[in-house]
Ligand binder design. Structure first.
Ligand code: ADP
Length: 298
């Protein structure tokens, strides 16, 4: 069954990122609300067809920690990607309220399980772990999206990458040209460590007032950032420190992370994620919510 644009009732814009725009849509034949991501690419039809083919493996990607994939198609030079609608959007909207350790633990556990599922079931490395790629729904479920399943798509996006906050691991930074060759699970684990700190503290952990070169220099040559010891337990801080091991060859992989005493403890706890998600989303709406704010001109 191939999903098409004609079947969609297109609703509001949910957000836009570096590569395109995500809209809420209603899929008429199945009555399922979906999120439709549009990615504009300067590619020929053959390359676009290849992307759609490569995305097809996602039909097998059923996991409670991964945003469901419903299908993809292209129109002119845009790829359209249909996925599960996640009511509350990405973590970056929900963290300014400050995140208690129990909640942070559950978010981390879901993310690690999602990343391990991608690796074990699809042999896929995510390549873009960051707060905007971790989504939350009304049930308080936390799921990953935007993983690098299509080699063709990874290549095209890498060429147009213009991010100003880098979640890239130190070993990745001076190797941008060879990104298809050297990417490992350990690079995702680094990005996970940075993501946990950002979600916990409400801000990206490196100094973004300096230029990009200074930032990358700090990642490669500086000490890795830490979870604030005043607010988080020694176990949580140790977990993050391990993710942010600078030497990639000794950085832990997922089975080891899942056995870390912090996640073992988190797994045994009953945490009301639904209540946290609803309250944080309420605060997000109160701050002005989904309004697209025009950048200030100095
Ligand atoms: P980015 O490049 O920042 O990852 P995306 O283009 O992937 O951005 O998405 C833009 C925004 O749209 C996200 O930050 C998120 O808030 C929202 N969004 C993306 N996917 C979904 C989804 N499946 N359900 C609900 N909101 C989504």
């Amino acid at each position: 069954y191939n999903i098409t644009m004609k079947e969609m009732e297109v609703l509001e814009v949910l957000g836009s990122g570096q590569y395109g725009t995500v809209r809420r849509v209603y899929h008429r034949p199945t009555c399922v609300p979906m999120a439709l991501k549009e990615i504009r690419l300067e590619l020929n039809n053959q390359a676009l067809r290849q992307i759609i083919m490569e995305l097809d493996v996602l039909h097998k990607a059923r996991s409670p920690y991964i945003v469901d994939f419903y299908g993809a198609f292209f129109i002119e030079s845009c790829v359209y990607y249909c996925m599960e609608f996640m009511d509350y959007g990405s973590l970056d909207r929900l963290y300014p309220a400050g995140i208690p350790e129990d909640i942070l633990g559950k978010i981390t556990l879901s993310t690690v399980r999602g990343l391990m599922f991608l690796k074990d079931e699809l042999n896929v490395i995510h390549r873009d772990v960051k707060p905007t790629n971790i989504l939350v729904n009304k049930k308080g479920e936390v799921k990953l999206c935007d993983f690098g399943v299509s080699g063709q798509l990874n290549q095209s996006l890498a060429k147009t990458h213009v991010g100003c906050q880098s979640y890239m691991a130190p070993e990745r930074i001076f190797d941008v040209e060879n990104s298809a060759v050297g990417y490992t699970i350990q690079s995702d684990v680094w990005s996970l460590g940075l993501t946990i700190i950002e979600v916990a503290t409400g801000r990206y952990p490196y100094d973004i007032s300096t230029n990009m070169f200074e930032q990358l220099n700090a990642i490669v040559h500086g000490d890795p950032p830490k979870l604030p010891e005043s607010r988080y337990s020694p176990l949580a801080c140790d977990f993050v420190a391990r993710c942010l091991t600078k030497l990639s060859t000794v950085r832990p992989a997922y089975p080891e992370l899942l056995q870390h005493p912090w996640l073992v403890e988190v797994d045994a706890k009953d945490v009301d994620m639904e209540d946290w998600a609803a309250r944080s989303y309420g605060l997000y709406l109160a701050r002005g919510g989904n309004r697209q704010v025009a950048p200030l001109i100095k």
